[in-house]
Design a protein around this ligand. Structure first.
Ligand code: ZN
Ligand code: FE
Length: 239
């Protein structure tokens, strides 16, 4: 399975998962259709599925055009069935979703929204975390509680440390300012920020990141308890 990173809108990332043999593909969170269509046409792949982490328009904006054009199926959390238009396949927490080419475990991760999920491709050790976990940050809590978000992040922390993390936005450098302010002595963090700056200078994505690096550098994953996590989230909202 190849992962192509496709830039969408202002700072969103959409991901095309391509099975090299069959040329079948899934797209994660197409914020808009055109960049996806361009890639598909150039590379002659067969788009079968649209996987949505949550219902926000910067993640589903391309759904309907792509579905119409390629006759692919839209997949998302069962709880979002009324918020993701024309959804075809409804997923449950902890369910395994698979077909001949793809196999992922679904994690329900409420906090940013109540219906947020992540797709964990365990054979490849890749997780697509939408707006729940970012590199050096986490999503804003719009619909859930601090406690829900904290336990959602803890679920991700249980995965193997070499899991690759694909986030919904390019926020790494922006997030790094907050981490640096409240975690000044963290040398791993400083190293990661320099790497990220280097990548952004070359206009390449700072993603994927790894769970190992995020555990070392992401202040929200390093929060020891719900209380300190909540405090950090509040500080970040006003940062
Ligand atoms: Zn969102
Ligand atoms: Fe978003």
């Amino acid at each position: 399975m190849n992962v192509e990173i496709i830039k969408c809108l202002q700072d969103n990332y959409s991901y095309l998962l391509i099975d090299k043999k069959s040329k079948k593909a899934c797209v994660i969170d197409p914020g808009e259709a055109n960049p996806i269509i361009n890639y598909i046409e150039k590379n002659q792949i067969n788009l079968k599925y649209i996987l949505n982490t949550h219902h926000h328009s910067d993640h589903i904006g391309g759904n309907l055009i792509l579905k119409e054009k390629y006759n692919c199926q839209i997949i998302g959390f069962e709880g979002d069935k009324n918020r993701i238009p024309k959804i075809d396949i409804l997923l449950k927490d902890n369910e395994i979703w698979k077909d001949d080419s793809f196999e992922a475990k679904i994690f329900h991760l409420p906090g940013h929204t109540l219906g947020h999920i992540a797709f964990y491709f365990y054979k490849e050790k890749k997780i697509f975390t939408g707006d729940t976990l970012f590199s050096l940050g986490c999503g804003r809590i719009f619909e859930g509680t601090y406690s829900q978000m904290f336990s959602s992040l803890n679920k991700i922390k249980e995965l193997p440390l070499d899991t690759e993390i694909y986030c919904g936005h390019e926020y790494t450098l922006q997030n790094s300012k907050f981490c640096l302010k409240y975690d000044r002595e963290n040398l791993n963090l400083k190293k990661k920020v320099i790497q990220a700056q280097d990548k952004q200078k070359k206009k390449i994505p700072t993603l994927p990141t790894s769970l190992y690096e995020e555990m070392q550098c992401n202040i929200f994953l390093r929060a020891k308890d719900l209380e300190s996590f909540s405090k950090l989230r509040d500080l970040k909202d006003n940062f």
